[in-house]
Write a protein that binds this ligand. Structure first.
Ligand code: MV4
Length: 499
């Protein structure tokens, strides 16, 4: 079996670094690719080699399959890791790599393609006894027939584009008189957005929880699940907070959903890391929505509760090794919460606030993990996703993980641009989140920019400010005593955090 010697990471930012770190621990060499905007980026500095691939725009660099495959050939990389986003779910890229004799660290091109079509995915998993939302598993062609099905499942219904996913191309229909118009709109939108006008209908679950299962398959037909992640705290289909495990699943339900997730993977001959998305209705009945055929942003929470390194596992499976454990060997240990720290302004409709990280000090301590791709003084480029970091906190219980997260958010010191830290603090302190009684409508139900002002952090800030003054006084005394030329090493312990 061929051992991978050198991995080209076809990505940037925190995920590129995260992948390279695991590769290095495995004794595997790394190759970075980078655009004009990323000349100074940490993933470029970290890698053993780096290849320049073009102008800042993704379409001219990180999405250029030809340039990336050429870079792999040029550097003698025997494998390529796509990270998430960019080319990670592009079946043509997976195939192109395979055709060039380069191992794609991910599933087969066939599995990516199958799961890329929501209708094909539903049809495939239906044979494996996986619960689906009531509706159609075939494209709507006949209006009368479609209306009949809609009436049977009951309004409101949801029209979805087969080529959509992640919330793209969805339309809610409240009553039959709106059906025809909405269907025509959905079809023409899907056609222009995805080049495929196929749509289907589902019963609209009005207050769903989003729970996804991490699955792993090897090339010998073995599939396991690594439990679930709760991702209901979202804003416009953008996840904000993720945690593992979910506080609503009983051991019994977890087992049922885990088995369903494994069946989804088996339905498409899946190998590598994958995520099976379910929604839960208010009776906690679950339904398969879609499968993401990549390593996800939120994979660290799964790593924390299982003690596994998912990237290392991906590499082993890509080399052809069998998964080195059985489902029965796996156990959930403790609780992990992740927040995504974005360079966005929560007070201003979450508009990207790209700029320079004037100060940038990460929180530390036991159970605190920061996955990021920046250092103080760096610019957040305007061309890509404005995520600065993922902050992951791990503890024995959910309550303790949340308290740790609150502490870590308060210690995260970022100035120079607006971030979503204060918004995440609001979530951590909200009764609905703390009690576990929330759904995908959390943000629209509870968040207004006003809540950021009346944040109870204010009082502590006053204490912090007073303390900072005291420390400064002390520093002056120490400096006078030692007559040493201080380089300003004691940071301006911020008095205006989270404002
Ligand atoms: C749904 C739904 C309600 N009913 N399907 C959004 C993302 C995509 N994966 C599917 N999505 C939804 N599908 C039915 N039949 C509600 C959503 C949905 C949602 C799902 C998960 C997490 C957040 C969400 C936010 C809005 C809508």
């Amino acid at each position: 079996m061929p051992k991978i010697q050198k991995i080209l990471v076809a990505n940037r930012g925190e995920i590129a670094l995260r992948v390279m770190r695991s590769a290095r621990e495995m004794g595997i060499k790394t190759v970075a690719v980078y655009s004009e905007a990323d000349r100074e980026a940490l993933h470029v500095r970290y890698a053993d080699e780096a290849v320049f691939i073009g102008p800042p725009a993704s379409s001219e660099s990180y999405l250029r399959m030809d340039k990336i495959i050429a870079a792999a050939k040029q550097t003698g990389a025997d494998a390529v890791h796509p990270g998430y986003g960019f080319l990670s779910e592009n079946e043509d890229f997976a195939q192109l790599a395979a055709d060039a004799g380069i191992i794609f660290i991910g599933p087969s091109a066939k599995a990516i393609e199958l799961m890329g079509s929501k209708l094909a995915a539903k049809a495939a998993v239906a044979k494996f006894n996986v619960p689906l939302v009531p509706g159609t598993s075939e494209p709507i062609s006949d209006l009368t027939k479609a209306k009949k099905i809609a009436a049977e499942v009951g309004y409101p219904i949801l029209i979805k584009a087969s080529a959509g996913g992640g919330g793209k191309g969805m339309r809610v229909v409240d009553k039959e008189s709106d059906f025809e118009e909405q269907m025509e709109r959905a079809t023409s939108e899907a056609k222009s957005a995805f080049g495929d006008g196929s749509v289907f209908i589902e019963k609209y679950i009005t207050k769903p929880r989003h729970i996804e299962f991490q699955v792993f398959g090897d090339q010998h037909g073995n599939v396991v699940h690594l439990f679930e992640r709760e991702c209901s705290i979202q804003r416009r289909h953008q996840k904000v907070v993720e945690e593992a495990p979910s506080s609503v699943l009983t051991a019994e339900k977890r087992k049922l959903m885990g088995e369903a997730a494994i069946n989804v993977a088996k339905a498409c001959g899946y190998y590598g890391a994958g995520t099976v998305e379910f929604i839960l209705d208010d009776h906690l009945d679950f339904y398969f929505l879609e499968m993401n055929t990549r390593l996800q942003v939120e994979h660290p929470v799964t790593e924390m509760i299982t003690g596994l390194d998912l990237v290392k596992l991906q590499v082993k499976v890509a080399e052809g090794e069998p998964i080195p454990f059985k489902q029965e060997d796996l156990k959930i240990n403790g609780h992990a919460v992740e927040i995504r720290v974005y360079a966005e302004d929560p007070a201003n409709n979450f508009l990207p606030d790209i700029g320079t990280l004037k100060t940038y000090n990460r929180p530390q301590g036991i159970g605190v993990r920061v996955d990021d791709g920046f250092e103080q003084g760096m610019d957040i480029p305007f061309y890509y996703d404005p995520m600065i970091a993922k902050l992951i906190c791990y503890a024995d219980t959910r309550a303790n993980a949340i308290e740790k997260m609150i502490r870590a958010i308060r210690e995260y010191d970022i100035t120079g641009l607006q971030t979503t830290l204060g918004f995440c603090l609001f979530v951590m302190q909200h009764e609905a989140f703390r009690s576990g009684n929330f759904d995908t409508r959390f943000v629209e139900n509870y968040f207004t920019p006003a809540v950021l002002q009346q944040n109870p952090v204010a009082e502590e800030e006053m204490i912090a400010a007073a303390l900072a003054v005291m420390l400064q006084q002390q520093e002056k005394v120490v400096m006078a005593e030692t007559a040493s030329a201080s380089t300003g090493g004691v940071s301006k312990w911020k008095a205006n955090r989270l404002k």
